[in-house]
Design a protein around this ligand. Sequence first.
Ligand SMILES: Cc1cn([C@H]2C[C@H](O)[C@@H](COP(=O)(O)OP(=O)(O)OP(=O)(O)O)O2)c(=O)[nH]c1=O
Length: 191
Amino acid sequence: MELILASGSPRRRELLSRLGLSFRVFTAHTEEVSKHQEPGEVARDLACQKAQAVAELAPEAVIIAADTVVALDRQLLGKPHDKNENARFLEMLSGKTHTVHTGVAVLSPAFQKSVVQATQVTFRTLTPAEVRWYAQSGEGLDKAGGYGIQELGLALVERVEGDYSNVVGFPMPRVIDLLRRAGVPVLQEPL
Ligand SMILES: Cc1cn([C@H]2C[C@H](O)[C@@H](COP(=O)(O)OP(=O)(O)OP(=O)(O)O)O2)c(=O)[nH]c1=O
């Protein structure tokens, strides 16, 4: 049974590799639109769209996809378009708690399931110099909310409540559970 990661995210590739599985990577070109308003449902919906787009190319495989959104109060923060917008996102997140929602979808001819996981992240109160420093690094540009907790962005964070891997883009306990239910031998000898 072939496993395919439907994601261009290097973070997801790295996290999935840590399970010792072999897999191929396909990048799904979806429009990333969701009709849902609830952030968790948006993330789940987009993960399903990515998995389905790749299922059309590889109908026999087990496909896993994910999507991460950052919700601050009622606002969804996607990937910043440039360093100025990244600085604005950081000013909004400074001193506050936001929620990171990651949706995961697993799809095979015999199995189809999606889940969503939420983690609360609280930022330190950032000084203007800290905001400038991080935005200038460019690290946040390809990341939801404009920061990467696994890299320099760790310095922005005061507290994480819940699954850390979920913030990086793949909630590992949920990923392990879904893959096993789809018949993928995770953390065990291949059959
Ligand atoms: C909040 C946060 C997000 N991110 C990343 C995870 C995701 O790669 C990205 C959210 O965008 P996504 O649209 O979920 O993923 P992607 O466009 O990078 O990849 P693909 O759609 O092909 O799967 O933000 C971090 O790496 N660290 C963080 O702390």
